[in-house]
Ligand binder design. Sequence first.
Ligand code: CP
Ligand code: NVA
Length: 306
Amino acid sequence: MKKDILTLLDLSKQDVDDLLCRALELKQRHKKGILDTPLKGKSLGLIFDKPSTRTRISFEAAMVQLGGTPIYINARETQMARNEPVRDTARVLSRYLDALAIRTYSQDLLKEFAEFTAIPVINALTDLYHPCQVLSDLLTVIEYKGGYEALQITWIGDGNNVSHSWINSAAVLGFKLVLACPKEYFPNSAVMEKALAKRSDTITVTTDPVEAVKNADVIYTDVWASMGQENERNTRKHVFEPFQVNEKLLKNAPENVIVMHCLPAHRGEEISEETLEGPSSVVWDQSENKLHMQKAILEALMTQNK
Ligand code: CP
Ligand code: NVA
C-alpha cells in the first residue's frame, strides 16, 4: 500500500528514526561525492499554491540527486484554477507521476489528493502542518545535541503550522516540548487534543517565554504572521513583541542552547538580527538539512513497493 506523509502522526517512532538515520547516511555519502540514484526514471510533481524557496528547491534538488525528475506545478496555472475538481486532478496526475509534494492552504484539500491518488502524497506545508520541516529539523537537533530523547525543545511565538508539527513529533517521539505563545495564539486545540491523546506527559503550553527557555536545549521560533495571514501582521506585531527571541531572552537559557528558525525570518520581529547571526544560531545547517531529509523521505516513499 502506498504511504503518504500528511502529518507527523502518519509516522511511528521507528519510521522517524529510520528516516533520520538514512538522511544522515545520505548526507555523508553526498559529501564524499558518492552518487545514489534509486529514483532513476521516476518523477515527483510539486504542486505549490504558496511561495517557497527552501522546500521547493530542496525537494527538486533531492529528486535530481537521486536520479529522478522533479516537475514543478504552479497550481494557479493548472485547470484547478478553473475549478477542475481536486479528485479529478489527483487521479489524472497519479497516472503520470510517481509521487506528489503539495504546498497549499487547506489540510483537507491535501487529504483529498491523498485519497484519490495511487501515489504517495507529501505535505510540503499547509495552514495546519509542516511535517517535513520538523523531520529535517530533528536531523539538525541530533547533529548538535547527539539525540532528541532527553532534550527540551522550546517553541517561542505563534502556535502555527510548524509548532503543530513539533507538537505531533513530541507525541510520536516523546521528548519534552514547551511552547510559549500569547494566549490568543495558542496552538490549535484540536491538534493539541489529538497529540495529547497519544501522549500526555511531554507537551506544555505557557504564556511565559522567560520560564520556557530556562531548561531549553533548543529554542525555536518562526514568523508571527504566516503565509495567508499577511493582513494581520500589524496587529500581531504588537501582541507578539514580548516573544522576540533575542540576546536578552537567551540570558535566561542554558549557555549551550541552540537557536533554530525554519526561515524565512523577519529580523527585528520574531528574532533579532544579533541572535539570528549569533553563535547559538544553527539556521544555515538547519536549512541545508532539508535537502538530506527530503532525499530520505522521497527514497522511503517512492521505492517502498520494490
Ligand atoms: N522553511 C521553509 O519551508 O521555507 P520555504 O517557505 O522557503 O520553503
Ligand atoms: N509558519 C510559516 C512557515 C514558513 C516556512 C508559514 O506558514 O508561512
